[in-house]
Design a protein around this ligand. Structure first.
Ligand SMILES: [Zn+2]
Length: 305
């Protein structure tokens, strides 16, 4: 909570009024009134119930009490927003963001600010994502090898955001897809807004054919998958750290990597930076670049003033 601001920001507990940067579980809850980008309302409504949803347009200031509130796309997923709060000074909250192009989200637009509150999911220098074209090339090779050997390429990706990004990329490469029903439901929301996917359907029991499958990691043990002769792959920024129980890992991320966190701060050019999920290393790195930096402990995330 920012003092004097008439709504909470990305609260994971139900509030009377809260801004939701995007409807991933670590940023949202069933608020009485939920404020978000217009593009976010469809996905939010798939997961959460609110008495009232206020969908705001991009880059058009709205007035809440003494504050001017403007949303800018953050490139993380469909509808994901940074929020700029202006009074006699400016505060920008980044939410989750991505600087590299996202095939299933609006490109990030970066405003300037005095105070930045930044999410730093990958706040260590070893997190350096390879160019996305390379990751996609490797994925397509993986798929081709699977098809040649008569096994199903089975990708695990978060059902909202990442899965649709993957659907756009693989659809463009004319790979036929079968997905989990939650992924299909979210994809239908994207389609309403104008996104197009290639050929896909919900995976049915006992289905056979030359297709790739996308399932969320949480459904890894779904019995529908057990009869598939499959080779598995994790699609996530965390794949940089290894592929865990999966046969392969592809570091296609919907977040900024370490370099991009620094680039983002330089573009926003704030006097002060508050970092959520940050590291001492990132703090010191930014300090040597002339910024005043504070690390916020996760439980007190936005109680900064
Ligand atoms: Zn997220």
């Amino acid at each position: 909570m920012i003092e004097g601001l008439p709504f909470w920001i990305d609260s994971t507990v139900r509030r009377e009024r809260a801004f939701v940067s995007h409807p991933h579980a670590d940023h949202a809850a069933d608020h009485e009134t939920a404020i978000m980008s217009r593009d976010s309302t469809g996905l939010y409504s798939l997961r959460y119930r609110s008495e009232k949803i206020l969908g705001l347009p991009w880059e058009k200031p709205a007035v809440f009490g003494k504050w001017r509130v403007t949303l800018f796309p953050s490139g993380h997923m469909l509808g994901s927003a940074q929020v700029l709060l202006e009074k006699d000074f400016r505060i920008l909250y980044s939410g989750d963001f991505k600087l590299q192009k996202n095939a299933a989200a609006r490109e990030i637009a970066i405003p300037e600010t005095d105070i930045l509150i930044m999410e730093a999911t990958f706040g260590k220098p070893e997190f350096r994502f390879p160019p996305q074209e390379k990751v996609l090339e490797a994925m397509l090779e993986f798929i081709e090898d699977c098809f040649n050997e008569g096994v199903v390429p089975l990708f695990f990706a978060y059902s909202m955001g990442k899965a649709q990004e993957l659907m756009v990329l693989l659809g463009k490469a004319r790979i036929e897809l079968r997905v989990h029903e939650h992924i299909a439901k979210a994809a239908a929301v994207y389609e309403k807004i104008g996104y197009r996917f290639g050929r896909y359907g919900v995976l049915r029991e006992g289905e056979r054919g030359e297709f790739a499958v996308i399932y969320p990691p949480s459904a890894r043990r779904n019995p529908i998958l057990s009869p598939l002769r499959a080779r598995t792959a994790l699609v996530s920024g965390w794949a940089l750290k290894g592929s865990g129980p999966y046969d392969a890992g592809f570091p296609l991320s919907d977040h900024a990597d370490y370099q991009d966190l620094i680039r983002y701060v330089e573009a926003v050019d704030p006097a002060e930076v508050y970092i959520i999920r940050g590291t001492e290393f990132l703090k010191r790195d930014l300090e040597t670049r002339g910024y005043t930096v504070h690390l916020l402990p996760p439980p007190k995330q936005l109680s900064i003033f």
